[in-house]
Structures are given as C-alpha cells and as structure tokens.
Design a protein around this ligand. Structure first.
Ligand code: PGA
Length: 252
C-alpha cells in the first residue's frame, strides 16, 4: 500500500485584510508544530497572496490561489491568470470549488480549461468535487462526482495529472456545520480512488491524495483522518483561526 503524505489545506475564501493575513500566518508559524509531517497549504485571497507567500518563505507552509483563469493574460477584467498566481508565489491552485461552480457559474468545460492552464504553468491543482443535498438524497452522489471528474479532467493523461490533489466536498457540508460522517466520507473517497484506478492506473489512484472538506473542525478532524482513503482536509472556517488550524494540522 502506498504511503500518502497527508495534506491540510486552508481555504480562506473572501476573508482577511493584509494585516489579518499577516497575523494569521504569524499565529500559524510561531512554534510551528507538525506531528504528522503533513503538507500544509493556505489559500488566501488575491490581495493577500504575495504578502502571504513572502511570509511563508522558509516555513513549511505552501501557498495556493482559490481559483485561476484559463488564459495567461488578456482582457478578462477581475480575473487572475496562472502566470500572475505563480509570480505572486503560489505553488498550488484550488479549481472547481463549489462556490465557484454555484455562485460564479464555473462549468465542467470552464474548469477543464482552468486545469489545463494551471498544469501548463506547473501549479499543483486541488480539484474539488461534491454533491448537493438533493443529489445525495436522490442517490446520485457517485454519478455526480464521477461526472465532475470526467468533465474537469477530460483530455489529460495520467502523466500530465501527476501530483493532482482531489478534494471531496459535499456541498451540504460546506459552511453549514454539518460534516459528512467518517463513513460517508470514506465511501466517496474509496469510490473516487476506484474511478481513478479504472480511468488511469492503480499506481496513479494509490498515489493521488484525496482530501475531505466541509465543516472540518478541530473536534472532528481525528475521526475523519482515520479513514483509510482520506488523505487530508480542505478547511474553510476553521482555517481562519490559527489555534484551530494548528490543531487540525496536528490531527491524531
Ligand atoms: P468549511 O469550508 O470548512 O467552512 O465548511 C470548506 C471549504 O469550502 O473548502
């Protein structure tokens, strides 16, 4: 069985001024403890990106953007390109977060182009998938997720996708305080791994880290991380509180 390095990633969403971002990084890095040797990633908003990347230099924390545009440059008011993201210090980018899908209308086709752009510039992709409550209740969870993977990753070879990170985030669990049970998470994670093995190879499936996201807290991270196919967490709300996020990084 492949040993996968766990990843704890914080998605700051539209939070934190420059000063708040700096304070949060200071709170995270002071006497930094990382019992599980997890890869730690934070995704600040664009305005804080360069500053956070600067502050994280020489620490064990890597920096991601929350999204990226599919073009390198051009007339795309308000968008940020993978070139700019890298220039500001990002090594990773989240793509396909459910808020991008539902609030900003990112379709599978758009996400596919964004994945291509990120890969073209060597940004590691954290690709998010997840079902709504209605879809879960209609027993469509696995087919929805398979469709999202199929659409978003269409056309890439296993070689191109090497290093890909997948985040399973049930929409009904994001920001609601409702977490999937460890069993529900494990079931979907195992299904994603099986899909990857079928579509690519067993080696690829075994090497790919699959994170769980949706109301991960200091109080539930241990049982979620104990699941065999859960390789990490994508944390929203609690990643904004240094003390909580530090506890999540040091899950048991
Ligand atoms: P949450 O957000 O932890 O606040 O539920 C997770 C996410 O949206 O990535």
């Amino acid at each position: 069985m492949t040993k996968r390095t766990p990843i704890i990633a914080g998605n700051w969403k539209m939070h934190n001024t420059l000063a708040e971002s700096a304070a949060l990084i200071e709170g995270l890095t002071k006497n930094f403890e990382n019992k599980q040797n997890a890869e730690v990633i934070v995704a600040p908003s664009y305005t804080s990106l360069a500053k956070v990347a600067e502050l994280c230099k020489g620490t064990a924390i890597e920096v991601a953007t929350q999204d990226v545009h599919w073009e390198d440059k051009g007339a795309f008011t308000s968008a940020v390109s993978p070139v700019q993201a890298k220039d500001a210090g990002a090594t990773h980018t989240i793509i396909g977060h459910s808020e991008r899908r539902s609030v900003f209308g990112d379709t599978d086709e758009i996400l596919n182009k964004k994945v291509a752009a990120a890969l073209r510039h060597g940004l590691t992709v954290i690709f998010c998938v997840g079902e709504t409550l209605e879809e879960r209740e209609a027993n469509k969870t696995l087919s929805v997720i398979e469709g999202q993977l199929e659409g978003g990753l269409k056309g890439f070879t296993e070689e191109q996708l090497k290093g890909l990170i997948i985040a399973y985030e049930p929409v009904w669990a994001i920001g609601t305080g409702k977490t999937a049970t460890p069993q529900q998470a494990q079931e979907v994670h195992a299904a994603i791994r099986k899909y990857l093995a079928g579509k690519y190879s067993d080696a690829f499936a075994q090497a790919t880290r699959i994170l769980y996201g949706g109301s991960v807290k200091d109080s539930n991270v241990d049982e979620i991380m104990a699941q065999e196919d859960v390789d990490g967490a994508l944390v929203g709300g609690q990643s904004l509180i240094a003390e909580k996020f530090r506890r999540i990084i040091n899950f048991n």
